[in-house]
Ligand binder design. Structure first.
Ligand code: SF4
Length: 514
């Protein structure tokens, strides 16, 4: 039997089902090609890997981000012991290639986009001569690969994921996207995106996440700034990019009307009713919006001055809802300007602004961000050890002893921040509030689905991420597993194997500019 390529998404918690398909697995499966047979795809958010499937001479590709790097290294060590070639990729490996060699028994590390370079890496491994590092770089959008959706297991994922744009022009201090994916948005053509979506609907997916860094890459401010330049080329470029967004949405609007899309977007899109209307017609029914903080001081803490605070913030968030786009508001707790009353005020604002979902995350200095650079270079930081691991490499600390917060707060204890954050989740997702919010959908079945999915979301992200008590984490994972099984069926639709591709992308109305 020939050697196999394995592609592994590590996770130390498995839920049996997952909400969103990890797209990278299926893109790299496409990049692998068929020369070595179809790759073996393992998503540990579904089930842990069975080491026996890895044989000597196989190639094991492991994609890591900071949250799953430690588990990824465990798998890498195990795979190397079994005689396989071990290769790491993903944002964390891009930032810390030497760490993957030192702790993860890597033969090779791929930095940057893997879409094009991956077949070369696999060929080198099978030839017994992998390089230590490969530079995948930042590919132009027309070189992104569509995913191999034919390899998806049936009935395990509720949402599929398709990427339409990589990169974000902003520079939020807690986010690494603009530094790793770049500030120049790389927007895919309409046709390859629509082809992937049609393929997914043929398979029976009706919920599709547009897994973009920022679905609104050109704002009115960007256009105004470009207009002030004497050279009009930048303005033309931005106008073309904006037009392409409208072309994409017009194409989505032609697809079967049971499709539902969800994306990530900056709050500035609320300034643009024409864009929001196009989103509604395209059935982009939900968007994650990084609200982060509800006060001007909090926004300054994270370099997000382009967001609004107070009543203006409520009005902006409501604008999405008015145009039929439900918002998942994302908030950060633990900012220096937070006070005891910030937690309640944030939940109250989330409710006042008609947010359909909310997430409350703890301020974490993620590698690759401005916050991390500042935090890790503070005096004495790298000499602080926990279980013998410098705190500046906190992702290597075992999960049971890993702190949940890393920066001392001027007025609140870290435990108080953690407990109050948990309280914010508990309040926003209480049965009573959920049932009231479920009025956003009509039928009883849909209301039950809404409540189930909300509870599932809370179990997966709040209890397993913020709780320090391992029994609570295990209990939550079991609950999430059970609810996931129940909720999964509500997301699937009968396959449409004969669904045709829609007409040409340019046959849409010209939008007017502000
Ligand atoms: S948080 Fe969002 S808006 Fe800010 S840089 Fe990251 S992707 Fe862009």
């Amino acid at each position: 039997m020939g050697s196999t390529v394995h592609l592994i998404n590590p996770s130390s918690v498995s839920f049996g089902v997952a909400v969103i398909t990890p797209r990278w697995l299926y893109v790299l499966a496409a990049a692998t090609g068929t020369r070595w047979g179809d790759p073996n795809i393992v998503d540990e958010t579904l089930e842990s890997i069975d080491p026996a499937v890895i044989a000597s001479g196989d190639v094991v590709g492991i994609g890591i981000h900071t949250g799953n790097a430690r588990r990824g290294y465990e798998i890498g060590r195990l795979a190397r012991e079994r005689g396989a070639w071990v290769v790491y990729g993903g944002i964390h490996a891009t930032l810390f290639p030497d760490e993957a060699h030192e702790f993860g028994s890597a033969h090779a590390v791929v930095r940057g986009d893997g879409d094009q370079i991956w077949p070369e890496v696999v060929a080198d491994c099978f030839a017994g001569q992998p390089s230590r590092t490969y530079e995948g770089g930042r590919l132009a959008a027309d070189r992104f690969l569509p995913a191999r959706w034919d390899l998806l297991p049936t009935g395990r994922y509720m949402w599929a994921s398709v990427q339409t744009v990589r990169g974000c022009p902003k520079h939020c201090s807690f986010c690494s996207v603009w530094r790793t994916d770049g500030q120049e948005p790389r927007q895919r053509g309409v046709d390859p995106v629509v082809r992937e979506i049609v393929e997914l609907r043929r398979l029976g997916f009706r919920f599709i996440a547009l897994a973009d860094d920022n679905f609104y890459p050109v704002t009115f401010d960007d256009l105004a700034a470009a207009r002030r330049r004497s050279d009009p080329s930048r303005l033309h470029e931005l106008e073309a990019m904006r037009q392409d967004r409208f072309n994409l949405m017009a194409q989505l609007a032609q697809l079967p009307d049971d499709l539902v899309f969800y994306t990530q977007i900056t709050m500035e899109a609320a300034e643009d009713p024409e864009f929001l209307d196009a989103m509604r017609r395209a059935r982009i029914r939900g968007a994650l919006v990084g609200v982060e903080a509800v006060t001007a001081a909090g926004l300054k803490d994270v370099y997000k001055g382009f967001n609004l605070a107070g009543d203006e913030l409520v009005a902006r968030l409501k604008a999405f809802r008015k145009h039929g786009v439900h918002v998942l508001g994302s908030f950060i707790f633990g900012l220096p300007s937070d006070r005891q009353d910030t937690f309640d005020a944030t939940v109250a604002l989330a409710e006042q602004a008609d947010l359909t979902f909310a997430q409350f995350v703890l301020l974490t200095p993620f590698p690759g961000t401005v916050d991390f650079d500042r935090w890790s270079s503070e005096e004495g930081r790298s000499s602080t050890l926990i279980d013998g691991v410098p705190i500046t490499r906190y992702w290597m600390i075992p999960e049971e002893t890993r702190p949940k917060l890393f920066t001392p707060h001027p007025t609140l204890s870290l435990e108080e921040i953690r407990v109050r954050t948990q309280g914010a989740w508990d309040r926003f997702y209480s049965w009573r509030h959920l049932w009231e919010r479920s009025r956003v959908v009509e039928s009883l079945r849909s209301r039950i689905a809404f409540v189930l999915v909300s509870k599932l979301y809370r179990q997966m992200y709040a209890n397993t991420g913020i709780a320090t008590d391992s029994a609570r984490v295990a209990r939550s994972a079991r609950w999430a597993r059970w609810m996931g099984m129940a909720a999964r069926r509500l997301f699937l639709a009968p396959p449409m194997p004969d669904l045709a591709m829609p007409g040409p992308a340019d046959a849409v109305e010209e939008p007017t500019w502000a």
